[in-house]
Design a protein around this ligand. Structure first.
Ligand code: COA
Ligand code: AMP
Length: 638
């Protein structure tokens, strides 16, 4: 099989050889206040900026532009809550009104261009409204996933230093409600730079309102009360290079990284991607089953589909259990979804409960053209099942919070290519993907190495880490000069298809949620009975990976293994959040280390996952490794 020499090759070559004309041309698909005359500013390389002399407004492009074009009655957003059984629809005109009004609320609270607003919300339309309202007035939103606990929220508040925090009374998880207000108050109390105002959207399903809370150094207001007195705010033109949002993601240390996204490059890239990667336009209904707290939710629940005037479905629920494994098929039929984008974990969850897809018989999903998967590796088994079950192309694509959109994909709009199971296909125009050895030399096709991207990255990718230039350079640019380090390892085959094998650092992916083993380790290590510990990401049939903890007890400590486990699980849940799904704890005699004291986490993971491994030559005491292997194997046998 060889890579086709058609529109993809042409487009790819132009994006690399003539980036100015390629991206200025793409830029014509959005509305500018001052159109760009220049695409790339490389004057501060290796940090780059796109569309340096242009101004625009992202919210105008997502809403006002479509209303002005006479498409105000088109449904912009469908909120489908499997948790409440309710569906709410907003046309472009209605959404524009709601967003402008909430932008007015934010202005009344003193929010101005460049100010940060933290959004800690469940999957309700007001989350998208708050994001777009920030974009409208040039404020910078920072959405924090609702599954994170108070301490994680506080860490993000301290870094972003928001003036306002927008939240809701709570979220709905199967069999429980998550009350946000006590969490927010605790986070504010832990924070050294709390916002001066908290705005609370009350939900009838979850008790608690702004009137019930105070403290944390902030004034608490009710969303609807403030909206009554507010005037709709006009959009503010910002520089294309101004930040639209900060999104925190897990790095290798406990401190989250504040990925900064700009306005202009982001709008151009996402608009280009909707047409060329996803083949979605203004007449389509598009559904991303993710959460607004993750990058997939930012790009493809909120911004991407609205930028092209499509209808976006926002789903509050799970793939299974809300109420059954037919939930996704029901949503596709009910809203006539043309393309669904979800994480492989969701497909695995459905398959586990309903392997024969009996639920599918009850629904007509003929509107569905394509299933897109990302967030973690799409394993060939899950791929095969989805393809056979749904009878539509199943398209894996690979990207990261940092890039904001796909690095490698099968570009369904530009030129569909043959699918190779296990591969997200080929580099997207703008991304020069290479695989290199530890010295930075490109490796031969089929050989595994570090996946890197030659600079500059295309528009829409991170412009830096929030107020941490040093960490930005150290994390991404320092390893190989002139390249961005993805942190993933893999190989390119002879047709130029990329195969992503996994992270080569301490970042793990649990149910499509990106977590740092380092931050879980820090919590486990703080238990008084624990002398030292290692947390590694091991294979999990359903969630792809899960965090597994190995602890060495302080000498003389006598604590039952199940008591210790329960305490550690509770601590991780309390300090990081339920989303960490931390449940495995094993007490071991010692941890295998190198002579310089580095814990051999990779080797431990290989032992647990029954992979072949070589004993590192730098090992301090090989008997520790042997004892550990024996213990883990014996435990499995019992
Ligand atoms: N707010 C509060 N808690 C949340 C939450 C949120 N927004 N999202 C998840 N949680 C909680 C869950 O209730 C669960 O709590 P529990 O331990 O009390 O059961 C815990 O965090 C772990 O969540 P998760 O790993 O998602 O497991 P789950 O059992 O709730 O659901 C799946 C399993 C497969 C259904 C679910 O992980 C899924 O749909 N994954 C798709 C992945 C996805 O959307 N990724 C986004 C990137 S594309
Ligand atoms: P996040 O920043 O949460 O989007 O997570 C990014 C990481 O998820 C990547 O660095 C990969 O390790 C993994 N990932 C995302 N998409 C894929 C994919 N299609 N195939 C393999 N890994 C993926």
């Amino acid at each position: 099989m060889s890579t086709p020499q058609g529109p993809y090759q042409q487009s790819y070559r132009e994006s690399i050889d003539a980036p100015e004309s390629f991206w200025l041309d793409a830029a014509r698909s959005i509305e500018w206040n001052t159109p760009p005359t220049k695409a790339l500013d490389d004057s501060t390389a290796p940090t780059y900026r796109w569309f340096p002399d242009a101004t625009m407004n992202t919210c105008v492009n997502a809403l006002d532009r479509h209303v002005r074009a006479g498409r105000g009655d088109r449904v912009a957003l469908v909120h489908d809550s499997a948790m409440t059984g309710q569906v709410r629809e907003f046309t472009y005109s209605q959404l524009q009104r709601e967003v402008a009004l909430f932008a007015g609320v934010l202005k009344d609270q003193g929010v101005t261009v460049g100010d940060r607003v933290v959004v800690y919300m469940p999957m309700i339309p007001e989350a998208a409204i708050a994001m777009l309202a920030c974009a409208r007035i040039g404020a910078v939103h920072s959405v924090v996933f609702g599954g994170f606990a108070a301490k994680e929220l506080a860490a993000r508040i301290d870094d972003a230093q928001p003036v306002v925090l927008v939240t809701a009374s709570g979220g709905l998880e199967p069999n429980r409600t998550v009350e946000y207000l006590p969490l927010v108050r605790d986070a504010l109390e832990m924070s050294s730079t709390p916002p001066h105002t908290v705005v609370v959207k009350s939900r009838t399903e979850v008790g608690g309102s702004a009137a019930d809370v105070d403290g944390g150094g902030a004034a608490w207001f009710d969303w609807d009360e403030l909206a009554k007195d507010a005037k709709p705010a006009d959009p503010v033109a910002v520089a294309a290079t101004d930040p639209l949002y900060i999104l925190y993601t897990s790095g290798t240390t406990g401190k989250p990284k504040g990925v900064v996204r700009d306005n202009g490059g982001h709008a151009v890239a996402l608009t280009w991607s909707m047409k060329n990667i996803y083949d979605i336009g203004a007449d389509d209904v598009w559904w991303t089953a993710s959460d607004v707290g993750w990058v997939v939710g930012h790009s493809y629940i909120v911004y991407g589909p609205l930028l092209v005037g499509a209808t976006t479905v926002m789903y509050e629920g799970k793939p299974v259990g809300t109420p059954d494994a037919g939930a996704f098929w029901r949503v596709i039929e009910q809203h006539q979804v043309a393309a669904l984008f979800t994480a492989p974990t969701a497909i695995r969850a459905i398959r586990k409960v309903d392997p024969a897809a009996a639920e599918l018989e009850k629904y007509d999903i003929s509107s569905l053209r394509t299933l897109f998967a990302a967030g973690e590796r799409l394993d060939p088994d899950t791929y095969d099942w989805a393809r056979k079950t749904l009878g539509v192309p199943v398209i894996d694509h690979w990207w990261q919070t940092e890039t904001g959109w796909a690095i490698c994909a099968n570009l369904r709009g530009l030129e569909p290519m043959p699918v190779k199971s296990g591969s997200p296909t080929v580099p997207v125009p703008g991304y020069q993907v290479e695989v290199v050895d530890p010295t930075g030399k490109p490796v031969a096709a089929g050989t595994e190495g570090a996946i890197v991207i030659r600079l500059p990255l295309p528009p829409g990718t991170l412009t830096g880490l929030w107020r941490d230039e040093n960490r930005f350079h150290a994390s991404y640019l320092a390893a190989f000069e002139g390249y961005y380090l993805t942190g993933d390892s893999g190989y390119l085959d002879e047709d130029g298809y990329l195969f992503v094998l996994g992270r080569s650092d301490d970042v793990i992916n649990v149910a499509g949620h990106r977590l740092s083993t380092g931050s879980i380790e820090a919590v486990v290590a703080s238990h008084p009975a624990v002398a030292e510990c290692a947390v590694v990401g091991i294979h999990d049939e359903l969630k792809g990976q899960r965090a597994s903890g190995y602890v060495v007890l302080e000498s003389g400590v006598d604590i039952a293994a199940d008591v210790l486990r329960d305490e550690l699980v509770a601590m991780v849940r309390d300090q990081i959040g339920a989303v960490a799904s931390f449940r495995d704890v094993t007490v071991v005699e010692a941890l295998p280390k190198t002579r310089s004291g580095k814990i051999l986490r990779k080797t431990m993971r290989q032992i647990v996952d029954h992979e072949e491994y070589t004993v590192p030559s730098t090992i301090e005491d090989v008997s520790v490794l042997n004892a550990l292997e024996q213990q883990l194997r014996t435990r499995e046998g019992t």
